[in-house]
Design a protein around this ligand. Sequence first.
Ligand SMILES: [Fe+2]
Length: 200
Amino acid sequence: MEDLRLFIAKYLPTKRAEHCIRVSETAARLAKLHNGNVSVVQQAGILHDVCKTMTPDDIQVEGVLEPDSMAAFYDMYPSVWHAAVAPNFVKSKLRLTDPAVLDAIQFHTTGKEAMTLETAIVYVADFIEPDRSGGLVTKCRQLAFENLDHAVFVVALSVLRNLVEKSRPIHPDSVMCFNHTYLKLSKKDRKELTRIVEKA
Ligand SMILES: [Fe+2]
């Protein structure tokens, strides 16, 4: 893991790199509790934001080739782009090819339909890592250790509501993540969890 810490330190400001370490540690705790693959979530947690401060130009300068469509993606979904390009980036720079790690990195911002346990863990860990604060984060942190689907629902709903509030485009994977989780929950749970998000 030390090599991955050094790797992200090359590309990220200290505060962002520290966030990545906290996400990795939080994800490892969740993986132990929910019987997920600890190594996968630790690696994905550390690497998830490696492209966070880059632009399409920066990534080109780094010698990582992205299709032209990714520039349009950046314009449409600027806060998702860093997650979408990160798998290619780590493949090219680290020769890291574990599909489970790459999947968790790629979908840490949007989630997606039918996430693996490890991808769901990183998605939630990014939301609840110890330096995040606020009533919703505190509640979600508690849910994450009790029932991961409940935590995913809260994160997904909160993401959608924030985007709508700011009149920003919503990536289809964010919608699919919410819809899929919605169907997994009972009516009672949906109602209770929605109330938690609405109250925040
Ligand atoms: Fe993050």
